[in-house]
Ligand binder design. Structure first.
Ligand code: HEM
Length: 474
């Protein structure tokens, strides 16, 4: 597969670019800050926009209707994912790329079923107990009153939850894996590794290969250990024992690729969702007070269970509203059409690649009035079409971990509100970082922890690029 195909021009709105390298440059520019670019393109050109005018190579298809047309037809619009870095087929780096994201059709359906076996209701129940134990222990160590670094704190909780539930590992054992995986993500996006793919000492490419070898080795050792001594209650053990449509178990190579994907897909998305939720609670004290009162009334100081969180609608709305404004993946993975297609009355050639966006979808004022306002109450009785709200995607590739993430974020937040209040007492600049897959931060930010009986002060102004995403009211 290739990132850029030479496709015939068709009339499509979009920014004008240079004739020869225009398509490539516009994609590079787009990927530098997809969030700003998608919002700008939507505003200036509408719902169907080429990154480079009249070039069907890369096209944004914004809004519920295009979500429906594309996501409900995976045969015509299969997933398109391509690593920009070349690598030998038998390398550790190639093994890590061998995962659910790169397959389509029947093979995808069969392998996905194997993964889903690890997320049954009974299993989610068991993970729920572990989630509460981890959140309670970590939050119990915080100094209240005191200050906390939002992302760091939420990452520690989400990482420990992911590592324990997915792989039966503790936080300290997983730090090296986390550092290497984050580095691989950075290197995959570094032009230096893509443009000079030779494993010479000191090059980014060599670092990419050695980080991949360490991650591959760590997962292989873990798989060997779980085979020798199975655990009842982690996702990896469930995957080792599950079989696909042909009754086959996953090979070690498949297990490594799938395990690495689950690891990457799970902790950062959940950590950032909780980080944004903390920011919203700190800057909306009234909403925080109401949610804390709901938790107190439902369970007092008892550890929350899955049944309990069903009785806390306000908590659920806070997470839903956070994922509306700050969807962890602001754009989905790409879809490339397998045949000629027609969208919005425009004929597009086979090979056109589409960018779909939960972030832009969630800002349609017809569905979500005052879309930049953080307003969890809007969810009370809200009726939505199936493609109006897609933080976890939709259709055959809907997030495998949606239930896991939904319950972990709510359980953590309930535990948090039992023990502390959050405030934003200093003016701060907060800049999002949208390079890569997850909507992250340029720099972590500080919030203040108060004890539950302290009053939450009015927030000080927040500036920075985060203001593109949410309106902070005085
Ligand atoms: C707030 C947290 C999360 C969000 C917002 C999120 C979002 C998404 C989205 C939007 C997709 C679909 C991408 C597409 O259609 O191109 C997806 C896919 C996926 N997610 Fe999540 N995710 C989250 C947490 C998790 C967790 C906790 C796990 C695993 C434990 C996970 C595992 C996966 C996997 C394996 C896929 C690929 C599914 C497939 O291709 O069939 N995610 N996620």
């Amino acid at each position: 597969m290739v990132m850029f195909l030479d496709l015939p021009k068709v009339p499509l709105p979009g920014p004008r670019t240079m004739p020869v390298l225009g398509g490539k440059i516009s994609l590079m520019r787009f990927l530098g800050d997809p969030v700003k670019n998608m919002l700008d393109l939507r505003e200036e050109f509408g719902e169907l926009v080429a990154l480079s005018k009249d070039d069907p190579g890369w096209v944004c298809a914004f809004g519920s209707e295009f979500n429906r047309e594309i996501l409900s037809n995976p045969a015509l619009y299969p997933n398109f994912i391509e690593s920009p870095i070349r690598k030998p087929a038998d390398s550790a780096a190639a093994t890590l790329d061998y995962n659910i994201l790169v397959i389509n059709g029947d093979l995808h359906r069969s392998k996905r079923r194997v993964l889903m076996a690890a997320f049954t209701k009974a299993r989610l129940q068991a993970y729920g107990e572990q989630m509460v134990e981890i959140a309670g222990r970590q939050i119990g160590r915080w100094r209240v009153p005191g200050a906390f670094r939002a992302r760091e704190a939420m990452t520690d909780i989400s990482l420990e939850i992911a590592m324990r539930c997915l792989f039966g590992l503790g936080l300290e054992e997983s730090r090296a894996l986390c550092t290497d995986s984050a580095r691989i993500m950075d290197l995959v996006l570094s032009p230096a590794a893509a443009l000079f793919p030779f494993s010479l000492p000191g090059t980014p490419y060599r670092e990419y290969m050695t980080c991949s070898e360490r991650v591959d080795g760590a997962f292989r050792r873990l798989i060997t250990a779980r085979r020798a001594e199975p655990k009842e209650d982690d996702v990896l053990s469930a995957m080792i024992h599950a079989t696909d449509d042909d009754g086959e178990h996953m090979t070690d190579r498949e297990l490594v690729g799938q395990a690495a994907t689950l690891f990457n897909a799970s902790h950062d998305t959940s950590a950032m969702t909780l980080t944004w939720a903390c920011l919203m609670l700190a800057t909306h004290p009234e909403i925080q007070r109401e949610a804390a009162a709901e938790v107190k009334e439902a369970i007092g100081d008892a550890p929350p269970t899955l049944e309990d969180i069903e009785r806390m609608p306000k908590l659920g709305w806070i997470i839903q509203e956070t994922l509306r404004l700050f969807p962890a993946t602001p754009n989905l993975f790409f879809r490339r059409s397998s045949a000629d297609s027609e969208l919005g009355g425009r004929k597009l050639p086979a090979g056109a690649t589409f960018i779909l966006s939960p972030l832009v979808t969630h800002r349609d004022p017809k569905v979500f009035p005052n879309p930049r306002r953080f307003d969890p109450k809007r969810w009370d009785g809200l009726r939505l079409g199936p493609y109006d709200y897609i933080p976890f995607g939709a259709g055959v590739r809907r997030c495998v971990g949606a239930g896991f993430a939904g319950q972990s974020t709510r359980l953590v937040l309930a535990t948090f509100l039992q023990r502390a209040r959050i405030a934003a007492p200093r003016p701060q600049r907060i800049d999002y970082r949208a390079k890569g897959v997850v909507l992250g931060l340029e720099r972590d930010f500080d919030l203040e922890l108060l004890s539950p009986d302290q009053d939450i002060p009015a927030p000080e102004p927040i500036g920075g690029t985060v203001e593109r995403l949410v309106e902070f009211r005085a």
